[in-house]
Design a protein around this ligand. Structure first.
Ligand SMILES: [Ca+2]
Ligand SMILES: [Ca+2]
Length: 324
């Protein structure tokens, strides 16, 4: 975690410091609302709140004309992210989620899916407090074994705590932010073997320790299992672990192919009353390499708990009173 974030001395407002911090770059959250801050500026709304990065509006090409049978990543489409927004600099950490659970008395349903070395198990006691590592999770590791519903509960609580609108990113916002201007397969280019310099993926060290029944990428990223957030270089927007470490739930209902009449402005795909799965993005420490492709779309039912599923938060920048 970056210790350079500086608390600004005013009450209940965001502290903010631009990348390459200097005292001159401190601004108030009112300034954040006016978008008079550069893309890449970092802030947080409270001590236990996730650090947020300001993401500029823009246009990009989303999707990929291919994918697994039944997991088509297209059609390739021109998309717009109409509004600047803020996205978590890191995946939500164990300590951040614990603050929510302690404040609200949140209790998991348990039964998280974990690998016991030879098969998948769903022990009753496995949840975000015990995601199957054989040890307690570290404070700065991403929270794992959280469902889409729990991620939604966390952002609702964070919104109450801060008076800001925290939410999950839309799938369009997620891919736009993960690409950060790249049209390659990964934000470091198209070379799978470069993954170990950039992300915590399923590598040779993971294969040696866990032996999942699929091939690792042929390099060693130094992290057989989950890693503390921020151990690899950020992408061009200053976001860490967008690919790898833990999968990240997004807001959208999973519809494949992406619907012809789906939003083009960065809004999530919503299917009222009939959304059986939510999209999940970015791959993880157990995930085969091609599934880290920036366009790759995972999907699972809202209550699903996996030991390699987490999330990051998004936040609107417009003040509440100005929102439609
Ligand atoms: Ca790894
Ligand atoms: Ca991730």
């Amino acid at each position: 975690m970056d210790a350079s974030i500086v608390r600004y001395g005013f009450t209940a407002l965001a502290c903010l410091v631009a990348s390459g911090a200097s005292a001159d770059s401190l601004v108030t959250s009112d300034t954040v609302h006016q978008l008079a801050v550069p893309a890449g500026a970092v802030f947080r709304d409270c001590e236990q709140c996730p650090e947020m990065v300001v993401i500029p509006p823009g246009e990009f090409t989303m999707g990929h004309d291919g994918g697994e049978p039944g997991r088509y990543e297209g059609p390739v489409r021109e998309m717009q992210v109409a509004q600047a927004f803020a996205l978590g600099r890191y995946e939500v950490t164990h300590a951040q989620f614990r603050a929510f659970a302690q404040a609200t008395g949140h209790v998991s349903d348990g039964g998280c899916r974990i690998w016991d070395g030879s098969a998948w198990q769903e022990p009753e006691e496995a949840d975000w407090t015990d995601p199957g590592y054989g040890r307690p999770p570290a404070d700065d590791e991403p929270v794992a074994c959280v469902s889409w519903l729990e991620a939604r509960a966390y952002v609702a609580w964070l919104s109450e705590q801060t008076g800001q609108r925290y939410r999950l990113p839309s799938e369009t916002e997620w891919e736009y932010a993960a690409r950060a201007g790249s049209q390659d397969d990964f934000y470091w280019g198209n070379d799978e073997l470069a993954a170990c310099e950039w992300a915590n993926v399923y590598d040779t060290s993971g294969h040696a320790e866990f032996g999942f029944p699929w091939d690792p990428v042929d390099c060693d990223d130094g992290h057989p299992g989950v890693a503390v957030v921020g151990q690899f270089p950020p992408n061009a927007f200053g976001l860490y672990d967008m690919l790898g470490n833990v999968w990240e739930w997004v807001e959208d209902c999973y519809v494949v192919p992406y619907p012809e009449d789906g939003p083009r402005d960065g809004s999530p795909v919503q299917v009222e009353g009939a959304c059986d799965r939510r999209s999940v993005r970015g791959g993880s420490w157990i995930t085969r390499m091609y599934r880290h492709r920036l366009s790759w779309r995972g999907r699972d039912p809202e209550p699903t708990l996996f030991s390699f599923f987490g999330f990051r938060v998004a936040r609107d920048l417009a003040p509440l009173e100005a929102r439609p």
